[in-house]
Write a protein that binds this ligand. Sequence first.
Ligand code: GDG
Length: 507
Amino acid sequence: MILVSNREPYMHSMQPDGIRCEMPAGGLVSALEPIARGCGGTWIAHGSGSADRETVDANDRLRVPPGEPSYTLRRVWLSEEEEKGYYLGYANESLWPLCHNAFVRPVFRQQDWEHYRTVNARFADAVAQEARSEAPMVIVQDYHFALLPRMIRERLPNATIVTFWHIPWPNAEVFGICPHAAELLDGLLGSDIIGFQVPLFRINLIDCVERTLESRVSREDWSVRYGGKTSRNCTYPISIAWPARSEPVAVPALSARKSLDMKADAKLILAVGRLDYTKGIPEFLAAFEDLLLRYPEWRGRIHLYYVAAPSRGGVESYRNLRRQCLKISAAINARFETEDYKPLQFMDEHFARDDLRALYREADICAVPSLHDGMNLVAKEFVAERENSDGVLILSRFAGAAQELPEALAVNPFDIAQLASTLKAALEMPLVEQGERMHRMRETVRNKNIYRWAGRMLEDAVRLRSRKRLLKVRTAAQERGRRRNLRTQPDPATLNRARNDANTPDP
Ligand code: GDG
């Protein structure tokens, strides 16, 4: 199995005390790493760490995870200019805003598009190099690689290619503004299977294909027949690895309660996510302020701890967002702070996984206010850590996770007043109700975990692959039969002569 993603699961960086290995923040890596460990094979990704070149062999490969290697990481190198055009530019300034209803306008630069094409082709070469058979199973990840499936197909026609699109797929009107709409669809349709988080996204894709390409689409089995080949569109809601009971949380180096100097009976609200404009951070900060304003009885008794892991700092809108969030947080603190009360702490830094787990356990409420989100794994991680089945999850209606977790308190993050009153309802929710809701959510996340996600997707891919193999064997047998018939059949002139002879009366 070959896995391809832009983000690598392990990144090496040069630190004053030597080389450090870190797992980058982000849903894709969190979800796929346990699968890569389980399946082995090769993971191809962009080597973006400052010490990545120092840690690979002559073929740009290394075995990971460090200490207990179970699969190969193959790093692909990009120049600064390519990274800027393909990653910051086309992937994150064109496709990311195009696919999310966050009302940030996508920018389409011809040069970014060219870099996007070049980089996709480089990854296709890497897949061809890493393939150990002429029919490998290739799992392509996300919007960085819309052109890659077709490019792999050109190099390895018998590969089974599954593409998983982690983010929303926009409706046809929105997608229609993209100057490269047809090429993107053509590229994606090189896949045998295209996977989405929720049914709406595949409906949107089918609509887009129908409007853009000469093709035959079926809404019965969600397939597209295009260029003599069929692609199927399926939904596989992504999830997390359910923590094993034997997996203790390391003694937390960090306590939000301590760092906010909270009173014993004060409530802790937690929010975690990449610092991204789709995650609804300013909206949630505004709601927190609104709550303190409208319900003064809560002042001094609630605290917000916001973990906003730095992300895409090379894009201006992300730098602006960071400034905006820091400003709002400082203003809220300045407005409501007293000698012994600090309302909130905004942490724009990367946390260790164990620290995040400790925070999920410490919090009373976890808020996921995304404006639009393919799934959102933070919601599921919070649920997974609540072993006592207490705690309240506030979850945006516009996150894919809301379809699987109806027991969460659903919010429209664009509606600040509603967000604030939901926060109040969460603060006041009786323990019994918390338990009932959390218990059901835990059942869902435990059952629909990441192994089930991968299992369903790989099962479909394997089934398709054996169907393709059978079809190939049958076609080859039919072809052999046709040739045999041609060889044993007399040519038409001989046939005619024989017929004439047969009709000639005996002398
Ligand atoms: C995309 C889609 C979809 C966050 N801060 C830190 C940290 N994280 C981890 C969280 C979680 C992950 O990052 C974030 O996952 P999300 O699902 O919220 O979001 P995206 O990164 O936007 O991912 C999303 C996902 O792909 C999977 O398909 O759900 O909709 O947008 O795991 O815990 N991890 C560490 N330090 C941090 O500071 N270690």
